[in-house]
Design a protein around this ligand. Structure first.
Ligand SMILES: *Cc1c(COP(=O)(O)O)cnc(C)c1O
Length: 341
């Protein structure tokens, strides 16, 4: 074991949490960073260099898209976005200078499941590293290493911390890529604070219990929503009607509590009447905490022509409340929406 030298590179608490998370993920190594976004930035900085090219899914985390648009061009790195359902078709998008393939399954906001094993087969044949953002499922419900990813990203900010009181990121990887990523990680000086590490380690102890309840609540809400006349469609891979259901069943051992839905066309006033007076649902951009959240969103999709919502789209993070109470809150919201028109 490497000696403890300086707080930025590891403390005993950081090391203990890294070991626990590497074990949970079935990975050789883990590195903790100060946010999920910084974990991604460390990964991209380690794997990409001037003149290189990276492949990203169209349904990627929005702040990563922003980073790619606002930062990467200055370093001479080309970015292309692929349709998240591309599977082995990714082979056609690989260029001689492709340095990294990145997945996020299911994707942010629209929850497309990706065929990670099919993409991994192509990546392996071309000797290109494959990374996967596993924040939605967490290592408990989806083992991206077994599915063929070399590197995995998690925002501990969400379910792993689980109490909406920390911001932290995790990179796990195989032996092969560890020296490269570890070098950049150390040089960038991105490390989590001590209190966050303590809170994250404490949150980890109840991850399995919390996820079970998040899943149960999300399933109850998603089933209920899919039967409401106000709702056009629900996006949640755990629903048998979801286009990604077969992949989810094959690759995941559970679903977390985050999903979205599209309403039938409704005015801004009607939507505001629903959202402004929710009793249990808060409006917030994060997710994975104990309280339920609801948030209108507009997804930017360029490589996914089938994404054309006609009505407002909303994302729900199902918390740990009783699902009957959450359904009553949504039901009252739909009633207000109808009355406002
Ligand atoms: C939140 C999130 C991140 C970034 O995590 P932060 O800790 O907020 O920086 C990355 N990927 C996904 C899928 C996320 O939802």
């Amino acid at each position: 074991m490497r000696p403890l030298v300086y707080g930025r590179t590891a403390t005993p608490a950081v090391r203990a949490l890294e070991e626990a998370l590497a074990a949970l993920d079935g990975s050789d190594h883990a590195m903790l960073t100060c946010s999920g976004q910084s974990a991604i930035v460390v990964l991209l900085s380690a794997m990409l260099s001037s003149g290189g090219h990276v492949l990203l899914p169209d349904s990627l985390y929005a702040t990563l898209r922003k980073y790619c648009i606002e930062e990467l061009p200055r370093f001479g790195i080309e970015v292309s976005y692929y349709n998240s359902r591309i599977g082995k078709g990714i082979a056609e998008l690989i260029r001689p200078n492709t340095q990294l393939i990145y997945c996020e399954s299911p994707g942010s906001h629209t929850f497309e499941m990706q065929d990670i094993p099919a993409i991994a087969e192509v990546a392996r044949a071309k000797k290109i590293p494959l990374a996967a953002d596993n924040t939605w499922a967490t290592p408990l419900y989806q083992n991206t290493t077994k599915l063929g990813a070399d590197i995995s990203i998690n925002a501990c900010t969400k379910y792993i911390g689980g109490h909406a009181d920390i911001v932290m990121g995790l990179i796990t990887c195989s032996k092969q890529y560890y020296p490269t990523i570890r070098r950049t990680f150390r040089n960038m000086g991105i490390c989590p604070g001590s209190e966050e590490v303590f809170l994250c380690a404490r949150g980890l102890r109840t991850l399995s219990l919390r996820l079970r309840q998040h899943q149960e609540n999300a399933l109850a809400l998603a089933h209920w929503l899919s039967k409401q006349p106000e709702v056009e469609r629900v996006f949640y891979p755990a629903l048998p009607t979801d286009p990604g259901h077969a992949l989810w069943k094959r690759d995941c051992t559970g679903a977390s509590g985050l999903f979205s839905f599209e309403l039938k066309p409704a005015s801004k006033t009607a939507l505001a009447a629903m959202l402004d007076h929710m009793q249990l649902f808060g409006m917030g951009v994060s997710w994975g905490g104990y309280e339920s959240l609801i948030l209108p969103f507009r997804a930017q999709r360029k490589a996914t022509p089938e994404w054309q919502p006609k009505g407002p789209t909303l994302r729900i993070s199902a918390g740990l409340e009783h699902s009957d109470d959450l359904i009553a809150d949504l039901s009252a919201g739909f009633k207000r929406m109808k009355e406002a028109v």
